[in-house]
Design a protein around this ligand. Structure first.
Ligand code: GLU
Length: 554
């Protein structure tokens, strides 16, 4: 046995499996040529950020468009930063937005797929197999430095104004420690971390082709980085190499804060003898702030948390549709050309992603969402509103579920035709949007009348309309009846005529409708008035006409 092999046996006495065993246990996947295996690998350290959902979606699309596979791995090696329910938050967040996984963690200690475990805290044995092999080959060694010693090294480097700080070259105190000394320190029970014996050359550079950012060149890694911490838990870097290799991930999509670590990752994959995956680094989602741009912040922006969208009642389709507009600049053109196609039909392309960070804009999300909701049928809108209201607005839930046919009729107004109305962006707007349709919500304060309509004229319009009103009218008859009221009131049924000669009339037919609309709904602007009158029913209509008359008569 070589000294390296003896050292490995001392460091990992319980490891009996070999890397070859792992290669057999997790064989290359049998997928079609060109199929990509991608993953989302969050740490359960806080709520799911919209940027996390975005990157999961990109990974998912990257797999789905190539008939590949998308998996969820939980990176929970930092137990100190983990939050209660962190894992279920992630799972709930992904599934609420339909970013479904093919493999990985699906619940508390529940997983699906053959490349398990998918939770890093349960993979210690796997990391140790690889670590042992590296020690046997002289590519890793134990470092017995205490925190204080490491700080002292750093302080010395700072005092000497060294450009490159850290544990490397001559600063790597335990890199060349003789085996006899290592043995003594180990038998004395001195705690150790496992470090990479970096083969990096400070004179050399390394380059790779990022699928989003293009070719990137950086200096080689020369640091003898920690691979296993004192408790035997791997660092992110080591776990990344081992997991993405043995889960047979082909494409790593992650935040661009990891770009600086790529030279290290290239080196790690190489010393482990693993094939390097392709990398695609996503720029963070940005927000406009005081004329500048900044990252969407967990602290300052409520919309950074994906729970915000559920609470507000944005349909998941809208959020995904919006994220797609951020993902690929050609998505909107595609959508215009294919208004009813499912999102999955969009030919997503990593190369068309913004390299500097897409700008998040709630107004834009609202516009996108209005479009998405406008093409849903009334039953879908009702079901989704009820689903939302069940959790967030019990009054609305009760009002809508008390008479489902009436509620469906409400949501049917101005829906289904060629030019559907685009008013609603989220379910939390429904209550206010239709408040006048429910006595419990109807506010009797009335919107202002058009400038040319005096209160006297309004009173006369309402008197005449109430006398003429026949709930049995169809839409055409109804409108003819309003037109017929015009002349006796000094108005014209012809808007054009009014515009040509405004002094000759008190108003036009549109003004009459507005007076009736304001009286019945309190508002100047509503969906189709005739439909609203039908849904409200004769009694409510007459009552509102009378009380509005009284208000205008004061
Ligand atoms: N756990 C890492 C993070 O949350 C994952 C990075 C990666 O996707 O590799 O930032």
């Amino acid at each position: 046995m070589t000294e390296y092999q003896q050292l490995a046996a001392l460091l990992f006495p319980h490891v009996t499996e070999t890397v070859d065993d792992l290669e057999r246990r997790f064989p290359p996947r049998e997928l079609k040529e060109g199929a990509r295996v991608t993953r989302f690998a969050p740490s359960p350290t806080g709520f799911l950020h919209i940027g996390g959902l975005f990157s999961a979606l990109i990974s998912k699309l990257n797999a789905a468009t190539t008939n590949g596979l998308f998996l969820l791995r939980i990176e929970d090696t930092d137990k100190k930063r983990e939050i209660t329910d962190g894992v279920s938050e992630i799972i709930r967040g992904l599934s609420a937005f339909g970013v479904d996984i093919d493999e990985g963690v699906i619940g508390f200690e529940k997983e699906t797929g053959d490349y398990d475990p998918y939770q890093q805290s349960r993979r210690a044995a796997i990391y140790h197999v690889v670590a042992k092999k590296l020690v046997e080959e002289g590519l890793a060694y134990p470092c017995f430095c205490t925190e204080a010693e490491l700080t002292a090294i750093r302080e010395k480097q700072e005092a000497l104004s060294f450009d490159t700080k850290g544990y490397y070259g001559e600063w790597a105190v335990y890199r060349d420690t003789p085996f006899e000394t290592q043995k003594q320190l180990l038998s004395a029970g001195k705690p150790w971390t496992l470090r990479l014996r970096s083969p990096g050359d400070p004179e050399k550079r390394v380059a790779y082709d990022d699928l989003i950012k293009g070719r990137i060149e950086m200096p080689e890694n020369i640091q003898d980085v920690v691979r296993l911490k004192q408790d035997g838990i791997p660092t992110y870097h080591f776990a990344h190499a081992v997991d993405d290799h043995f889960m047979r991930v082909t494409h790593v999509v992650r935040g661009d804060e990891w770009i600086a670590s790529v030279p290290l990752h290239i080196q790690l994959f190489k010393v482990c003898g693993f094939r390097l995956p392709k990398y695609a680094h996503i720029a963070p989602i940005m927000k406009e702030d005081n004329g500048g741009k900044r990252k969407l912040s967990k602290r300052k922006d409520p919309e950074a948390a994906v729970t915000y969208y559920a609470e507000q009642g944005y349909p998941k389709e809208s959020v995904l549709e919006y994220l797609l507009t951020l993902a690929n600049s050609n998505f909107e053109d595609w959508r215009r050309a294919n208004p009813t196609a499912p999102q999955s039909a969009f030919p997503f392309n990593l190369k068309k992603m913004s390299t500097s960070g897409a700008l998040f804009d709630l107004d834009k999300l609202n516009d996108v969402s209005k479009n998405v909701i406008s093409v849903m049928d009334a039953q879908t809108v009702l079901d989704k509103t009820l689903d939302w209201a069940k959790d967030y607005d019990s009054q609305l839930y009760e009002l809508l579920s008390a008479d489902p046919d009436r509620s469906r009729a409400l949501f049917s107004i101005d829906r289904g035709g060629k030019k559907p109305r685009k008013d609603l962006a989220k379910w939390s707007e429904v209550k206010d949007y239709f408040s006048y349709c429910f006595d419990a919500l109807f506010e009797t304060s009335l919107a202002e009348l058009p400038e040319n309509i005096t209160p006297d004229l309004a009173v006369a319009v309402l008197d005449a309309y109430e006398a003429a009103y026949d709930p049995a009218d169809d839409k055409e008859q109804w409108f003819e009846r309003i037109k017929a009221l015009c002349a006796p009131l000094g108005c014209t049924p012809n808007v054009k005529e009014y515009k040509q000669n405004p002094d000759a009339f008190k108003g036009h037919v549109g003004d009459l409708s507005t007076v009736i609309r304001v009286a019945v709904t309190g508002r100047r602007n509503t969906p189709d008035l005739f439909s609203i009158l039908q849904i409200l029913g004769e009694d409510a209509v007459r009552e509102r006409l009378r009380s509005a008359r009284a208000a205008f008569d004061q």
